[in-house]
Design a protein around this ligand. Structure first.
Ligand SMILES: [Ca+2]
Length: 141
């Protein structure tokens, strides 16, 4: 389950905190639970299309990949909870690590759904992803 973040554009560190503040969430009297939210990781082309189309007008947005030394990782709940990126959808000639300082990743740069590495301090919207652990009641809000 996803939700496009409607907050003001922000740098990646701020956006990660904002996503984490969204979860955990409980819905309804039964306590139906949606687990922690984090800046979205993307595991397949189908998921990539879903996230890409979610961002209004196909505008640029942060996704949750970040570089450590020379590889990109999906970072979820914390710096220690990270998984090396396998599926990718880089734009042609990206990631280019311009000026040796592009460690974060945006989606919808150029062709829809394509990725670009970018300075983490740039301000963009972001897509949060909810890790659903149980969902037994209909959403009431
Ligand atoms: Ca780049």
């Amino acid at each position: 389950m996803y939700d496009r973040l409607t907050a003001e554009p922000a740098d990646v560190a701020t956006m990660r905190d904002t996503c984490e503040d969204v979860g955990p969430i409980k819905f309804g009297d039964s306590g139906a639970f949606i687990g922690l939210a984090y800046l979205a990781d993307i595991q397949s082309m189908e998921e990539n299309d879903f996230v890409s189309e979610m961002v209004a007008g196909g505008s640029r947005a942060w996704i949750g990949a970040e570089k450590d030394v020379s590889s990109f990782y999906w970072i979820r709940d914390s710096e220690s909870d990270k998984v090396e990126v396998s599926f990718t959808n880089w734009k042609f000639n990206e990631p280019n690590d311009k000026d040796g300082s592009e460690d974060c990743v945006e989606i919808n740069r150029g062709p829809p759904g394509k990725w670009n590495d970018l300075l983490c301090s740039r301000k963009l919207p972001g897509v949060c992803k909810y890790n659903i652990t149980a969902y037994t009641a209909s959403r009431k809000d």
